[in-house]
Design a protein around this ligand. Structure first.
Ligand code: UD1
Length: 429
């Protein structure tokens, strides 16, 4: 299992090109199951979750071809064509779905197109129980019959899915995506209320409309979908990764450096940038991104609370906590989306951070400096928070279990090294 070694304390200076968004690309890829024609996606990030989902789609019978790596090795030219003309297998096995919860998104499209699906329950994960009840009850309201047997959701809709008025009890990105896709090919009109408004949902709505779907309410929490008989193939460019953008923005601030982020948009992470400005960062928007710096002065302690979009994103909570460990003063960090998303706290403490957790809140008292140590993390964003802390810490930090980072960050060590970070991957066979 590979590790990453960082010798911290260097202010980062330079430019980072942001990759396409993993969390947008995954549902867009699943949408290929809705049509017999070819769907081509460009600006695809080269990360492990994408490869895992390709494996899943291919075992449903789709064929996939990846091409177009850009000359500079960036993500720009990479594109993936998926054709699901014939679906030969409607089972999404445990071995794949347990690794990547987004695999469960195939349930809506398979039901809508073939009338049946057998999808493994994803199970719990490090950040919480993450149930599927909203996906299941939404599809049931659309006429599906779903039984849970042997760890699988066995779903059937022999007469096809029909439109329904669905009101979610909580905001769920995945359930909104699953039902959006199912409703696009259902008979009649479906209304989704209290729908998630994350930019990745908007990306999916735009793709589906380009494939011929009829959807109103883009960017709002009420989506109205008029089902159509068929969808067609298209070519679509995946949006920039807002979480990667925010992560590198914090890398600039925590090291007291200056980084230009390109191929992205400040608007996608406004809540994060607002918090960073409060800490003392300076931001200058550019034509295709922004420049972020904190070249002088201390980092001020700032409270945040995670909320559905456009609030502060839960996927940026661990990174902000890493920043607050070296703030001047204290910060209260409250997690409202997941019940157990403070797994990074004991690891940050190994680097010298002073953090007390009370239920859903963590009180971070800033320390003068962190000192490098071996650490490890149990999920993607927690791992990257340790990278950020390592960049700021004195001495050497070794982050183990790098496969979590590889699920979601494309060429992380290369991008940071290009800005002057002393970072390397240690291959362990
Ligand atoms: C997606 C993102 C993930 C992000 C999360 C919240 C992808 C691949 N993953 O995950 O990175 O952290 O949104 O922004 O896009 N819930 C239920 N019942 C359900 C479904 C969800 O109670 O049927 C709960 C969850 O346990 C959680 C909350 O709703 O507490 C939000 O989860 P959800 O938005 O569904 O997250 P994901 O789509 O899994």
């Amino acid at each position: 299992m590979d590790s990453i070694r960082i010798r911290g304390g260097k202010p980062l200076q330079g430019k980072i090109e942001i990759s396409g968004a993993k969390n947008a690309a995954l549902p867009l890829m699943v949408a290929s199951l809705l049509t017999e024609e070819t769907l081509t996606l460009s600006n695809l990030p080269h990360v492990a979750d994408i490869s895992t989902l390709i494996t899943l789609l291919c075992q449903h019978g789709a064929t996939a071809a990846m091409n177009g790596q850009s000359a500079n090795g960036g993500s720009d030219g990479r594109s993936l064509s998926i054709n699901a003309k014939s679906i030969t297998n409607t089972e999404a096995p445990y071995d794949i779905v347990r690794k990547m919860r987004a695999g469960a998104l195939v349930m809506g499209p398979l039901l809508a197109r073939i009338g049946k699906a057998r999808v493994s329950l994803p199970g719990g994960c490090a950040i919480g129980t993450r149930p599927m009840n909203l996906h299941i009850s939404g599809l049931e309201q659309m006429g599906a019959k779903i039984a849970i047997t042997g760890g699988y959701m066995e779903a059937e809709a022999p007469e096809g899915l029909k439109g329904a008025e669905i009101r979610f009890e909580t905001v769920s990105v995945g359930a909104t995506e699953n039902l959006l896709m199912a409703a696009s090919l259902a008979k009649g009109t479906t209304t989704l209320e209290i729908a998630a408004k994350e930019p990745e949902i908007t990306d999916l709505v735009r793709l589906l409309c380009q494939m011929g779907a009829k959807i109103e309410g883009e960017g709002t929490d009420r989506l109205v979908i008029q089902g159509v008989d068929n969808l067609h193939g298209t070519h679509y460019r995946v949006m920039p990764d807002r979480i990667e953008t925010g992560t590198y923005a914090i890398a600039a601030v925590i090291t007291g450096g200056k980084i230009e982020l390109t191929n992205t948009e400040a608007e996608l992470i406004r809540a994060v940038l607002d918090a960073l400005i409060e800490t003392g960062a300076e931001i200058e928007e550019t034509e295709n991104g922004f420049i972020i710096s904190r070249e002088n002065g201390t980092i001020r302690g700032v409270d945040i609370m995670t909320l559905p979009y456009p609030g502060y994103p839960t996927d940026m909570q661990a990174q902000f906590m890493a920043l607050m460990t070296v703030a001047d003063g204290a910060a209260m960090i409250t997690e409202t989306i997941f019940e157990n998303r403070f797994m990074h706290v004991p690891e940050l403490a190994r680097l010298g951070a002073n953090i007390t957790v009370h239920g859903h809140s963590a009180l971070v008292r800033g320390v003068d400096h962190l000192v490098g140590a071996p650490v490890m993390a149990t999920d993607l964003r927690a791992s990257v928070s340790l990278v950020l802390a390592g960049l700021a810490a004195e001495g050497e930090t070794v982050i183990n279990r790098v496969y979590h980072l590889d699920r979601g960050y494309e060429r992380l060590e290369e991008k940071l090294a290009a800005c002057g970070a002393d970072i390397e991957r240690i291959h362990v066979s």
